[in-house]
Design a binder for this molecule. Structure first.
Ligand code: FAD
Length: 439
């Protein structure tokens, strides 16, 4: 059931998409979206120069949802200008480990998504062919390149400018008369005295906003507002940008987004005079103790909580992150391997054990709906996420999605489904390894 008043904490893809769906489908419901900052939120996971829009999921449910979302994005005049269908290459070292399985499954999914359009796929069977896919037919791979041996490109995929398009979605949400935005930090959810029934939220300035339903769509920050122990873990991964010359933009202008599954690196083609790279590393955590957000529980909660440019503007990615990026670049884009980074970022995300999202009521609380757990792959679903949240509220979400995105699934399923795989290992404590911006 959709109540008369809803408060959404967070204006990233989950929150804004839900606000739009409620604005469209429930014009009489009063919707208040609260964020720390006005969208596009500078340190939100949904905001960046680029986010990949791809369809080659092994899981047929995500594959279908991704295709549906991509079609909507491509036909949406407000965001389609920000989508660049440059293709995505997936490469691995040619071995026989789990990355080979993920690569093979991705290739099968890409072929399925391109049935009838074989020209949209290209295959590479040697390190020379992989290298030439980036640098052109005349290029010779560097001798040390040993981990870029097999690949394919799916030209259906591409990237979207995730800052400009979040601004467009924000402008759209504001058009609905029943949707309003407030830019302040939520301190906590307010519960009826002596109960776990939510009545609204308290902001850090002490003011309160009453609501029949509170939707927690606060991404990596959600773990402080509700207990998500065992369900969502927040961590950050390293991102870096290089400035490139006009000549280099021309030279690499036709390259696809290139991901090496075996090493975790993700390279984007030049965009606005920059090349972005990131690594799907085990990442970094920022451990702290907070009061238990469940009013019925006394013991403090240990969480990992985002530390971002907003409070730490001079943070710079750790040395091991830089070394790993440069080691990869030396093999595949040697011209960048020794170039200073123009800027870097630790991008926070919230990960569930299975990489499935969470769209479910919190089992210990009343009137608190979770819309989070993006697990490094939720952006592309922005056109449909909000409708799925509202379907859930109406009790109409398809049974498979309801199970897949349930709170309980996260406590049962410990195996990552490979939708956005990260390198093996444990996150490091950020405060022990973070560096200061060199200039
Ligand atoms: C490096 C990286 C690369 C990625 N690449 C891709 C990709 O290529 N394709 C893809 O589909 N997905 C990708 N993802 C995943 C995708 O970006 C996320 O799943 C998605 O953006 C998460 O959205 P969200 O709404 O949950 O979180 P966010 O966008 O972080 O939104 C949460 C919002 O809540 C607000 N908030 C938090 N706490 C409070 C509070 N107490 N009071 C008020 N407001 C609060 C924050 O300010 C923030 O704006 C990537 C993620 C990362 C980290």
């Amino acid at each position: 059931m959709v109540p008369e008043s809803v408060c959404i904490i967070g204006a990233g893809v989950f929150g804004i998409s839900t606000a739009i769906a409620l604005g469209k489908r429930y014009p009489n419901t009063k919707v208040t979206v609260i964020d720390r900052l006005e969208p596009p939120v500078i340190d939100g996971t949904s905001v960046d120069t680029t986010r990949c829009i791809r369809v080659d999921y092994k899981d047929p449910i995500y594959a279908e949802l991704a295709r549906e979302s991509m079609d909507i994005i491509m036909n949406d005049p407000d965001v389609s200008p920000f989508f660049h269908q440059c293709g995505m290459s997936f490469v691995y070292d040619g071995g026989t480990d789990k990355w080979a399985d993920i690569w093979i499954n991705g290739k099968i999914a890409a072929e399925k998504a391109n049935e009838g359009h074989p020209g949209r796929l290209r295959y590479y069977d040697s390190k020379e062919a992989v290298y030439k896919s980036i640098h052109g037919a005349d290029a010779e791979p560097v001798a040390s390149n040993s981990r870029w041996n097999k690949g394919y490109t799916n030209y259906l995929n591409g990237f979207i400018d995730a800052e400009k398009s979040m601004k467009a979605y924000y402008e759209r949400a504001k058009m609905y008369g029943n949707v309003r935005f407030i830019f302040k930090e939520v301190d906590s959810i307010v519960y009826a005295p002596g109960s776990c029934k939510a009545e609204g939220v308290k902001l850090v300035d002490g003011s309160t906003i009453a609501a029949d339903l509170v939707i927690v769509a606060a991404g990596a920050w959600s773990c402080k507002l509700v207990n998500l122990d065992g369900v969502c873990k927040s961590s950050a991964i390293e991102v870096a940008w290089f400035k490139v010359t006009k000549e280099e933009e021309d030279q690499w202008g036709k390259m696809a987004i290139t991901t090496n599954l075996s090493t975790g690196i993700n390279l984007f083609p030049p965009y606005n005079g920059e090349i972005k790279c990131l690594r799907r590393s085990p990442g970094y955590k920022n451990t702290m103790k907070v009061p238990n957000p469940n009013p019925a529980k006394q013991e403090a909660l240990e969480i990992s909580y985002p530390r971002t440019v907003v409070d730490h503007p001079t943070d710079w990615i750790p040395q091991d992150a830089e070394d790993a990026l440069r080691e990869n670049l030396a093999e595949i884009m040697p011209a960048l391997a020794k170039r200073p980074f123009d800027r870097t970022k630790l991008c926070w995300l919230t990960q569930t054990p299975s990489a499935n999202f969470v769209i479910d009521y919190h089992p210990e609380l009343e009137g608190v709906l979770l819309a989070t757990g993006g697990s490094a792959h939720a952006w592309k679903f922005v056109p449909i996420l909000g409708d799925k949240v509202v379907d859930y509220m109406e009790g109409k979400l398809e049974a498979t999605l309801k199970d897949m995105w349930s709170f309980a699934e996260k406590l049962k399923v410990t195996v990552d489904n490979g939708s956005a795989p990260r390198m093996d290992g444990e996150p490091q404590e950020l405060r022990e390894v973070v560096r200061e911006c060199p200039n």
